[in-house]
Design a binder for this molecule. Structure first.
Ligand code: ZN
Length: 250
């Protein structure tokens, strides 16, 4: 059986760890980021970090961790079935958020600059897509949501412009979930935080349950499609009738 690896470390002592939110450990050192990765024939890791991946191929196993980060953001956003969810950024993490939010029954609007990624977002469950290079995102979201704005916005880019966009397009009393790392300062009209009574939530890494949910999804026989990510495909989707269900096309 193939397995994947939960690449996050946790100290067991910080506030996050004490609260059981080990994904946000203050002293986390992710393998392949703060620590060396495991691009080798053998690696020694704690057994507790190994997650069985069933029939998922080794190549597809590489998609599990980034998708689980998107799945975790949907959990942080407490996305429900009757909500409008905008996902800004359709890389592998954002794509995971599109998949998970649509699995929960939400109406998902995917936003990206790349038409190819938006096409894939539709295959895996987005109800609507917006190319932010060509369209007015705020106007389209308003139109689609009957003027109310999104219930949940998931920011999966990390640029100042998309952070501001998230606060702009979320509706009153909505939730903004932040995954992207903005490397520079971002200027906000903070009055919107108050006027809209927003919940702004960080979302970091993923929990074992998120990994398991991704693996369940990828093993569930849902359709896979050739996608722009990593010259490969995403194992998953919510539509029937596409070839090679449950796998990744080569
Ligand atoms: Zn810790």
């Amino acid at each position: 059986m193939n397995v994947t690896l939960n690449p996050y470390t946790n100290c067991g002592k910080c506030a996050s760890c004490r609260n059981g939110r080990v994904n946000a450990c203050e002293h986390n050192e992710t393998l392949g980021v703060q620590r060396n990765g495991v691009m080798g024939e053998y690696a020694v890791v704690p057994w507790t970090k190994i997650i069985p991946a069933g029939g998922i191929t080794p190549r597809d196993c590489a998609l599990i961790e980034p998708m689980s980060v998107g799945f975790h953001a949907v959990a942080r956003g407490q996305v429900a079935d009757n909500e409008w969810v905008v996902v800004i950024g359709c890389g592998m993490v954002g794509m995971g958020a599109v998949i998970r939010a649509s699995l929960r029954g939400a109406a998902v609007i995917a936003v990206d600059l790349d038409d190819e990624k938006l096409a894939l977002a539709k295959v895996v469950g987005a109800a609507h897509v917006i190319n932010s290079a060509k369209e007015d995102v705020a106007g389209r979201v308003k139109q689609l949501t009957d003027g109310l704005g999104a219930d949940v916005v998931i920011e999966a880019v990390g640029s100042p412009a998309t952070y501001v966009m998230a606060v702009d397009i979320v509706g009153f009393t909505g939730r903004v979930v932040c995954i992207g790392y903005a490397k520079s300062e971002v200027s906000f009209q903070t009055k919107y935080f108050v006027q809209k009574e927003l919940d702004i939530r960080g979302s970091r890494n993923a929990l074992p349950a998120d990994f398991r949910a991704v693996i369940h999804y990828m093993n569930s026989g849902r359709p896979a499609r050739r996608g722009p990510v990593g010259h490969g495909t995403v194992g998953g989707g919510s539509r029937q009738g596409v070839p090679h269900p449950g796998g990744v096309l080569s």
